[in-house]
Design a protein around this ligand. Structure first.
Ligand code: SAM
Length: 323
């Protein structure tokens, strides 16, 4: 079962007031949403979005009786969803990025190599049981069978920061000539065999970065995040706050620079907020969580900065060497 990370910190930074309206763009199993809903009380509302209908079903149970509106939509459609609900701006936005422990545990979704399952990895799988709509692109298996070795290597390098990206991509292309790569354990084993022996038995399974990269690709995760970060000043009411929890540097860098470079936002957390040792002890997933918070400037145009950051691009990161 999923435990919401940095829950007290999220409540402390978003400061949900009685009667306020906030958006949880990644409602998941509803842990953060339920806690926020209790804070805003019956005259307030939390609008909870998720791409995964199965997660929305869990959230429905967790938020029963609370002032919560659940919507099946990507968080990048937040502005349109709010418009449809007749909400012009909100006092807070939360994004708790990545995937939930429930999704990881569902073998048939293919997110984890801890159990055998089909390489699907779509947050929004084929058919929404409520609306019957199909709104999804290719599965991880379909991408593994269609992308060239160069394209695969680029994905593993860009989205997984995988130093052995080329070797892994080459082996995938060689293997798929004989047999299609369709299951989680098949891919994990193939990745392990692709990396040099001394890198196979470290604390992190070599398949971890490849799985992360494929999931990001399948779900266009960084595009959704970039689009939403740009929209925040238009969604937040003056003084409203955005809280972003990320689990890897590709997301954290985006949140950090989007907050810093947006004249409509004031950064409230110069350094990311991380979990306490007590929280990590009961929820190991919290270990890599980073929370960044920004506040919408009080005036419409945003507060002009005397010295805007001249670098509009994310800070350079130590890149792994590609082999
Ligand atoms: C880490 S979980 C959120 C957990 C939640 N805060 C809780 O307390 O249970 C992330 C959720 O975001 C959803 N998700 C990922 N990308 C999304 C997107 N672009 N739009 C909406 N939901 C997304 C996933 O389906 C997953 O349910």
């Amino acid at each position: 079962m999923h435990r919401p990370v940095l829950l007290d910190e999220v409540i402390g930074w978003l400061k949900p007031q009685d009667g306020a309206v906030l958006v949880d763009g990644t409602v998941g199993a509803g842990g953060h949403t339920a806690a926020l809903a209790r804070q805003v009380g019956p005259t307030g509302r939390i609008i909870g979005l998720d791409r995964d209908p199965a997660m929305l079903a869990l959230a429905k149970e967790a938020t029963a009786g609370l002032p919560v509106t659940l919507v099946h939509a990507p968080y990048s459609a937040m502005r349109e969803v709010l418009e449809e609900l007749g909400v012009s701006s909100v006092q807070g936005v939360l994004l708790d990025l990545g995937l939930s422990s429930d999704q990881l545990a569902w073998a048939h979704r293919g997110f984890s190599f801890a159990s055998e399952g089909p390489l699907d990895m779509r947050f929004d799988p084929d058919v929404d049981p409520e609306s019957g709509s199909t709104s999804t692109g290719p599965t991880a298996a379909e991408l593994l069978s269609s992308l060239s070795a160069n394209e695969l290597a680029q994905v593993f390098f860009d989205y997984g920061e995988e130093r052995f990206s080329r070797r892994i991509a080459r082996r995938i292309v060689e293997t798929r000539r004989q047999t299609p790569i369709e299951t989680t354990r098949q891919l994990a084993e193939l990745v392990r065999q692709s990396v040099p022996g001394r890198f196979r038995h470290g604390p992190i399974d070599p398949a971890t970065r490849v799985f992360q990269a494929l999931r990001i690709l399948v779900n266009d995760e960084l595009d959704h995040l970039d689009a939403t970060l740009k929209e925040l000043p238009k969604i937040l009411a003056p003084g409203g706050r955005a809280a972003i929890i990320s689990f890897h540097s590709l997301e954290d860098r985006r949140a950090k620079w989007a907050f810093r470079n947006d004249p409509g936002l004031t950064v409230l957390t110069n350094k990311p907020v991380t979990a306490t040792a007590q929280e990590v002890a009961v929820n190991p997933r919290a270990r890599s969580a980073k929370l960044r918070v920004a506040e919408r400037c009080p005036n419409q145009a945003g507060t002009p900065r005397p010295l805007p950051n001249p670098n509009p691009h994310p800070e350079p990161s130590p890149r792994p060497r590609r082999i």
